[in-house]
Design a protein around this ligand. Structure first.
Ligand SMILES: Cc1cc2nc3c(=O)[nH]c(=O)nc-3n(C[C@H](O)[C@H](O)[C@H](O)COP(=O)(O)OP(=O)(O)OC[C@H]3O[C@@H](n4cnc5c(N)ncnc54)[C@H](O)[C@@H]3O)c2cc1C
Length: 493
């Protein structure tokens, strides 16, 4: 991260006083001990206590906090629930951490328009809970859904098991309210389907807190399917399971979810939740099919035949909702399960074309031997989204660095085979320095011009996503008046 700006550190007491005036004493934290819980997000290898934390309770308070930060030239890191696995919400020593957790109300459930209007701090799962009695749900389902906020989901364009059929966050949004760094409020989309003009809703989704702060989200609601059944089978190799995945998609079937786990992940999950996973298998495939009962019955038969013809064994199909949930329980708890077998693990997130899976797994095994670190794999197999979990012990000198280098090699491999650096966890600080492996200078400059259009002073979440932050003036997107940039005192990196 860039070295802290001494001028910002010196201005901290005045800045905090202005914030307290706008948000009240309970809305601002500066006590060093009380700041400690905010020092990291889900990527706990990186820690930094922020300059201050603001906890606004309304859009007006968010706007006030951003206006004050902008006028003071203080950087701002937005934070939802802090479950980011890419360090997106990692604080800055000279920056304000803007916690959106107190904006946690469901504002309206509008079933005739099949949408809900919610504040950004509402958890993903709370939306589905709020509409469950009416037979509706919100489809994107990150494994962290009990904790992660919808604002964070928008900023990371989060996905989950059901995104293969129902799309990522971006496909399930209708509208946003955003506060710009200047404190101005922007409303995009609404309850209608097409917003017209540039797709700023799409631009904001996945923007990792670099363009604006989301203060209200209108999400699409879906009717719960009449039936949902899960099936699972073991395979003698990941290659065979991967071939079954390709054959299912090739047959024109889009399951509600299709997930794979390798042997280490199967063992860790089975020891943890006792879901009845086949311990002799090298790979486990879980497929969920949903829709009208007759359709699901037909699809179960067709997928079962494909699985069998690719060597799948021990096929089990859920006969009740409880059994469906049991089949999923191990997969949903795979990360904490792996946490039980290793002092630390590093969760990677890359995406590859599905057909390259066997080759990528083979090379990952070679890398595992090269670095002397074990790896457990869980995949959103249908989307080609890999989550290798690299096991290490941070107390052993050099192991964290080895895990990071191993992870970088996996991501480079994803790009090499025609994939991308991230599937759903975002770039954050974790993958920032790998961006040039995927994007050329022209791409990165054009992306930064978009950043400059929203935040010309580069105050929102700087140090994330872009490997080198170019001054907007260099990119021709900032007016230099009298030979002076705005805030010439600020260090640019
Ligand atoms: C055990 C575990 C399992 C996970 N499983 C999945 C998974 O299956 N799928 C998946 O996609 N992710 C998963 N994640 C990652 C994480 O939960 C998601 O990225 C989630 O969307 C982050 O939400 P959050 O509220 O915690 O955001 P934070 O971690 O607080 O922030 C994430 C990013 O969003 C920005 N941000 C947050 N709120 C706002 C806002 N209101 N306005 C503007 N910017 C904002 C932050 O600046 C930061 O860049 C998992 C994480 C864990 C710990």
């Amino acid at each position: 991260m860039p070295p802290p700006d001494q001028a910002a550190l010196a201005a901290a007491p005045r800045f905090a006083a202005a914030l307290r005036e706008a948000l009240g004493p309970a809305g601002v934290i500066t006590d060093p001990v009380a700041l400690r819980p905010y020092e990291s997000d889900g990527l706990t290898a990186y820690r930094q206590v922020p300059l201050a934390v603001a906890l606004p309770r309304s859009t007006a308070e968010v706007a006030a906090a951003l206006r004050i930060a902008h006028e003071s030239g203080i950087k701002v890191v937005p934070r939802g629930s802090g479950t980011s696995l890419s360090g997106g919400a990692l604080p800055l020593a000279d920056g304000l951490l803007l916690g959106l957790g107190k904006l946690n109300r469901i504002l309206e459930i509008d079933l005739p328009n099949r949408c809900a209007v919610v504040q950004p701090g509402v958890t993903n799962l709370a939306i589905s809970h709020a509409v469950a009695a009416d037979g509706y749900y919100y489809a994107p389902d990150p494994s962290s859904q009990i904790a992660c906020s919808i604002g964070g989901n928008v900023a990371e364009n989060s996905g989950g098991v059901h995104c293969l059929k129902y799309g990522l966050t971006t496909n399930n949004l209708l509208g946003l309210e955003i506060v710009l760094i200047t404190g101005e409020v922007l409303r995009i989309g609404g309850r209608h389907l097409d917003a017209g003009l540039y797709d700023i809703l799409g631009l904001m989704t996945g923007s990792e807190g670099l363009l604006g702060v989301v203060t209200e989200v209108t999400v699409r609601l879906l009717k719960k399917p009449e039936t949902a059944r899960a099936m699972m089978a073991g395979f003698a190799s990941s290659e065979a399971a991967g071939a079954a995945v390709a054959a299912i998609i090739g047959a024109g079937i889009i399951p509600a979810g299709m997930e794979m786990m390798d042997r280490p992940a199967i063992h860790a999950a089975e020891d943890f939740v006792h879901a009845g996973y086949p311990l002799e298998a090298e790979a486990l495939l879980i497929v969920e099919l949903d829709g009208p009962k007759v359709e699901v019955d037909d699809l179960i038969a067709r997928v079962g035949a494909i699985v069998a013809s690719h060597g799948g064994s021990g096929l089990r199909v859920s006969e009740s909702e409880a059994e469906r949930l049991t089949i999923w329980a191990g997969r949903k708890a795979a990360f904490p399960a792996v946490g039980r077998i290793s002092p630390d693990y590093y969760c990677m997130d890359g995406t590859i074309p599905r057909g390259r899976l066997p080759e990528v797994l083979r090379r990952m095994t070679q890398l595992s031997a090269q670095y002397g670190l074990r790896v457990a794999n869980v995949f959103h197999a249908g989307d080609g989204n890999l989550h290798p979990l690299i096991l290490y012990d941070a107390n052993k000198p050099g192991e964290l660095e080895a895990a990071e280098a191993f992870g970088s090699d996996i991501l480079r491999l994803c790009v090499e085979v025609g994939g991308v650096l991230t599937g759903e966890h975002g770039v954050g600080v974790e993958k920032r320095d790998l961006m040039p492996t995927m994007f050329g200078e022209v791409d990165l400059n054009q992306q930064q011009r978009v950043k400059c259009a929203f935040d010309a002073d580069l105050l929102l979440n700087p140090g994330k996503v872009f490997p080198t932050l170019r001054r907007c003036a260099e990119l021709g997107a900032m007016h230099v008046r009298g030979g002076q940039l705005p805030h010439p005192d600020l260090p640019r990196f």
